[in-house]
Structure formats: structure tokens, C-alpha cells
Design a protein around this ligand. Structure first.
Ligand SMILES: Cc1cc2nc3c(=O)[nH]c(=O)nc-3n(C[C@H](O)[C@H](O)[C@H](O)COP(=O)(O)OP(=O)(O)OC[C@H]3O[C@@H](n4cnc5c(N)ncnc54)[C@H](O)[C@@H]3O)c2cc1C
Length: 402
């Protein structure tokens, strides 16, 4: 395996880095102090610039207007964009749309692709993914109360979901609901496309998260499905295959997340090192960077980031070469390892900034609040650790060890 960037990828990353520095980071003070909604007009202008530069939708299929980068190349892009919370949105590769694009591309009918996939890749609409329920454990989603019952040519959906991220302003949701309650556990649920203006799709609220009310793309919706009726042709993929498709959605998605987190690490690390180098701590001009404990943090963070980056690129390479199934263990390893590294790096960067580190004058507290969820979504740390350990231990059953 070779993680050296091709010349073409290097060029793309240089252009993205420059765009992030010059066009997006200057918007952050407004982003941190006003609602996301207020920023939409200027973000639309930035999106238009990105399209003009032919850098739009880097990971999405070429035939739908994306750049069609492979997973390893997009990993580098995701790292570069992750340095600002606005990056992925402005370049049209933000979650949860990115995952929805993947499954619509793989499982959508021709009609579904024209109606939902094309405008989604073009950035004309947004979408959301509605699986987690308020009353039941998301860590064991086969426990699901939401049902989709056939009635004539329709499905009628009833249930209560939350953490349907970005539902506020979305055009459609991909909803997980039980269609086949008598089938074996993993074949009971299906994915169904539900336009958000369907009667019975009720957005109850944006859930306030870590002190943020959340709006538009940066909101997490609670949705009540009440006799929500959609045609059966809105079924995505085969009936009863919801969990199988969900697994497909999560593999590449975890690479995107992990590299985005590494972008967050990089930004936080840069800010930490700059602050440590400039903060004068004694009358004779000694800086924070001269303190051994700070030096140790910097060295440890650098080592952790490098390990996390190589692990993630290796997992991306494995998915690319061998498929999601073969890379399952690597995907679980990076999911909890990189989330932990990010939490440590952001925490150390905040600490080095002292009181300033707690203020919304800088980006670090946003990362600290917003990215705490990384250890919970897309599979809580403990679930991934458990599944990796089980697989490792299975290899020792009946094996002689000297
Ligand atoms: C920021 C954010 C965005 C999200 N976006 C979406 C979205 O767009 N769509 C969507 O459908 N959902 C989304 N979710 C929901 C997310 O998928 C669930 O929160 C997650 O699956 C955990 O489910 P739960 O919250 O019900 O916690 P539970 O399943 O109740 O688990 C609680 C805790 O128990 C521990 N635990 C769980 N299982 C085990 C185990 N086997 N062994 C030991 N400990 C265990 C873990 O520490 C876990 O955090 C999002 C969540 C967050 C925080």
C-alpha cells in the first residue's frame, strides 16, 4: 500500500487548503455567534465558487455531477475540509447526505435516482437519515418500534425518531421502519424514502445539543411519524434489507468521519502550537512552549495523530481493494481510536489556551462541544470495541499459543 498522494490529488488538496484558509475560516466568527441559517446566503456564494473551480462533490459519482474520487483520495479531501466546520457543507460532501447519496446510487431505482439522487448531488436539496428512536437503544437498532405497514399501494409509517440530523430544511428522509416483523431479526426492517412535506411527517423540534439550539443543516430533529403515507415505490432496495444497506452506508462514511476528525485535530494542533509558541509566561520572555509538560502534550498528540491517520488511510485502502466486509475490523478500530485521539487533541488545545480556550472567540470550544458525539454516533465506542475484541478472541479458540 502506498499513501503518497498523486500529483493530481496534491493539486486538489492545495486548492482546497487555500480555499478553506481564505474563504471559510474568515466566516467562522459569524458562524459561531449567529445561527447557521443566517449564513446560508454567503455559503451559497461559496458553493458556487467551489463549483466553478470544479471541486464540487468530490466523492460523488461523476455521472451525477461529482468528481468521482476514490475513497483514499477523498480521505485526504475530508481531512483538508475538516479543518473548518463549514468545509464539507460548502464542498457538497457533508453527512448525512454523503451516505444517502451512496445508498441511492447503489440501490435506487432509475426514478428514485432522477428524483432524489441527482438534485442531492447537485446541492439543490438536502436529506436526512432517520433510524434512531427515542425510547429504544440505537446501539441495538434491531429493537425498533417504527412500523411501515402496507395499505393498498402505499406504506403507512408510524413511529418516533430522534437525532434525525439535518432534518430541518431537508427535502426527504430515508427512514428505517419495520416492514417484515415476522422475518428473522436482521431482515425485519426496510429503508423507505419519505419526502419531508408528506402529511404525517411531523418535525417536533430541533433537539438542543450541548447548549446549541441547532438550526437547518446544523440541527438534530425529533420526528413523529403519524400515519405517514408514501407509495410503495419509495422502498429503497429490497424489502427487509434495511440493516444490510445500513452496513453498506456506514463503511465509507466512517472513513469520511475519521478523516474529518483528523482535520479537526490538525487545526486544533496548529492553534495549540501557535499559542504555546507565542504565550509569554515569565517577565524574561519564556513562552508556554518552553514548559516540558506542554512539549510532552505536543509530542504525544503528534504521535497519536500520525497513528490515527495511517490507520484510517489503511482502512480506506482496504475498503477500496477488498470491500467493506473484509475491512470490518479496521473500520471498527478507527471509529473508536480516532474519536478518542480527536477528543484528546481538542482537549489539550483548549487547555493550552487557558481561559481563551473556553470562549467562542476561537473555534476550539465548538469542536469540543460538537464533536463529543463522535464517540456515540455511527456506533458507540463500546460497541466497536466489543465487536473487535470478539473477532480477535474467536481467532484464539482452540489455537495453541507458545
Ligand atoms: C451528534 C449525533 C448525530 C446523530 N445523527 C443521527 C442521524 O442522523 N440519524 C440517526 O438515525 N441517528 C443519529 N444519531 C443517533 C446515534 O446513532 C445513537 O445515539 C447511537 O447509535 C447510540 O444510541 P442511543 O443514543 O440510543 O444510546 P444507547 O444505545 O442507549 O447506548 C447508551 C450507551 O451505552 C453504551 N453501550 C451501548 N451498547 C453497549 C454494549 N454492547 N456494551 C457496553 N456498552 C454499551 C455506550 O456507551 C452508549 O453510548 C446521532 C447521535 C448523535 C450524538
Amino acid at each position: 500500500m502506498n499513501f503518497e498522494m498523486s500529483e493530481k490529488t496534491r493539486l486538489i488538496i492545495d486548492m482546497i487548503d487555500e480555499f478553506v484558509d481564505k474563504e471559510l475560516i474568515p466566516l467562522e466568527p459569524e458562524f459561531l455567534n449567529r445561527s447557521f441559517k443566517n449564513l446560508l446566503p454567503v455559503l451559497e456564494e461559496k458553493r458556487a465558487k467551489v463549483k466553478k473551480m470544479e471541486l464540487w462533490a468530490p466523492n460523488h459519482p461523476k455521472e451525477y455531477g461529482g468528481m468521482g474520487l476514490n475513497l483514499v483520495d477523498h480521505a485526504f479531501v475530508s481531512e483538508s475540509l475538516g479543518r473548518t466546520p463549514l468545509g464539507h457543507y460548502v464542498f457538497g460532501c457533508q453527512a448525512p447526505d454523503a451516505g444517502n447519496v451512496e445508498i441511492l446510487y447503489l440501490y435506487g431505482t432509475d426514478e428514485q435516482k432522477e428524483k432524489y439522487l441527482r438534485p442531492l448531488v447537485e446541492g439543490k436539496i438536502r436529506s436526512c437519515f432517520s433510524m434512531t428512536e427515542v425510547e429504544l437503544p440505537g446501539s441495538n437498532p434491531v429493537m425498533m418500534d417504527t412500523t411501515a405497514v402496507k395499505d393498498g399501494d402505499d406504506y403507512v409509517i408510524n413511529g418516533q425518531k430522534w437525532y434525525t440530523s439535518s432534518s430541518d430544511g431537508a427535502e426527504f428522509a430515508i427512514v428505517m421502519a419495520k416492514t417484515n416483523p415476522d422475518a428473522s431479526t436482521h431482515l425485519q426492517a426496510s429503508m423507505i424514502i419519505v419526502p419531508c412535506d408528506t402529511p404525517g411527517f411531523n418535525q417536533v423540534r430541533n433537539i438542543p445539543v450541548m447548549g446549541e439550539p441547532g438550526t437547518d443543516y446544523f440541527g438534530h430533529g425529533e420526528i413523529l411519524y403519524q400515519s405517514c403515507r408514501v407509495p410503495q415505490e419509495n422502498l429503497l432496495g429490497p424489502e427487509g434489507h434495511g440493516f444490510i444497506i445500513a452496513q453498506e452506508r456506514l463503511g465509507p462514511g466512517r472513513i469520511h468521519h475519521c478523516m474529518r476528525w483528523l482535520g479537526i485535530c490538525k487545526r486544533s494542533f496548529d492553534l495549540m502550537c501557535k499559542r504555546a509558541s507565542e504565550r509569554i509566561m515569565t517577565p524574561d520572555g519564556k513562552t508556554l512552549a518552553t514548559k516540558q509538560i506542554i512539549q510532552a502534550w505536543i509530542a504525544e498528540c503528534a504521535a497519536e495523530m500520525q497513528a490515527a491517520r495511517l490507520m484510517t488511510l489503511n482502512a480506506a485502502w482496504k475498503i477500496e481493494k477488498l470491500g467493506v466486509k473484509e475491512a470490518r475490523e479496521d473500520i471498527s478500530l478507527i471509529k473508536f481510536f480516532v474519536a478518542g485521539v480527536m477528543q484528546n487533541v481538542v482537549d489539550k488545545a483548549l487547555q493550552v489556551h487557558g481561559g481563551m480556550g473556553m470562549t467562542d472567540d476561537i473555534i476550539i470550544p465548538f469542536f469540543y462541544r460538537h464533536e463529543r458525539g463522535a464517540r456515540i454516533y455511527d456506533g458507540a465506542d463500546e460497541v466497536h470495541k466489543m465487536s473487535v475484541a470478539r473477532r480477535i478472541l474467536r481467532g484464539y479458540e482452540g489455537r495453541e499459543v507458545k
